[in-house]
Design a protein around this ligand. Sequence first.
Ligand code: SF4
Ligand code: SF4
Ligand code: SF4
Length: 327
Amino acid sequence: MAEIVIISIEILGEILRWIIAITLFGAGILIIQIWIKDKTKRISYTRIIIQLVSLAFFYFLLFSFPWLLIILIVILVLTIFIGRFFCGWVCPFGLYMDVITIFRKTLKKRYLLLPISFNKFLDKFRYLIFAIIFAIPFIIAPLHSQSFQLALFFAGPFKHWTIFLGPLETLIVPDSGAWVIYGLNLSYPYVRDVMFYSTGFFIQFNSILFILLTFVGSFLIRRLWCRFCPLGLSFAVLNKVKGFSWLPIVHLDKSEEKCTKCGVCKRVCPTQVTEVYENKGGNVSTSICTHCFRCVEMCPYEGCLSVKVAGKSVLSSRNWLEPSETE
Ligand code: SF4
Ligand code: SF4
Ligand code: SF4
């Protein structure tokens, strides 16, 4: 009897895997079709494909210890050069929030906006969160033996640097997840940390509450977590330091003469960046910008907004209101 139950669970797990694979394949075909037909969605769908590939990448890499540290260092170092590109194009939690946004759009529900001053405050607040998490082991370690100091730094009771990597958690994980359903180890960003810091009844209660809150929050406010997430920090400020004005090398550029102040860029920005709309021409990148380039995709004036890499334009807004002569 027990064997039959185990075999049934295995078969169900296998069916679930196939359903997920077929759904992803179908979604891929759909995305390619829309990509070909709709100019206002090409960047968005290319981004989703890259986010999905990254998700698979993190599934295999994230749970091997040296990779965790390497990934964290790579993210922080790359941010110096290419800004928050990781947030717009790679981060799994960012992808989940984008999927929740698509879900909201299909239900035709309007998103809510945070007050701009509060949005900017949250963007600064992330640096304080980062500093606190980063400082904890250095404050506590001197009180302990050397071996414990090392353990404290890399895992320890605070698991501080794995908290930075919380947004990279895949929903299906190869090691022990938060829950096992039909042989699949399931998880969610930060949920294993929430479990780690909870006891008894609150282990499940806090986890489910956390998922509900982040889901509802992201449903109502686009990319809510990205407004204060400590991993989403930007080193854009470095280009203000003498001798480092060339950093970061990826930025958004606006042509003042071509801008009609239509306001589209402000409306479509998932993190409520206002500078692209408000600032005069030139470099309009800010620390809140996740480099998703939705504003470039949606700006309806040819060459008004562009993405520049090391001073060279690699992507520009196009007049999508009128069909081009080649189409
Ligand atoms: S801000 Fe954090 S959660 Fe948002 S995309 Fe960046 S790393 Fe991911
Ligand atoms: S979408 Fe383009 S034209 Fe419209 S306000 Fe923004 S930058 Fe200006
Ligand atoms: S300013 Fe443009 S590129 Fe930056 S987050 Fe907003 S829409 Fe994306």
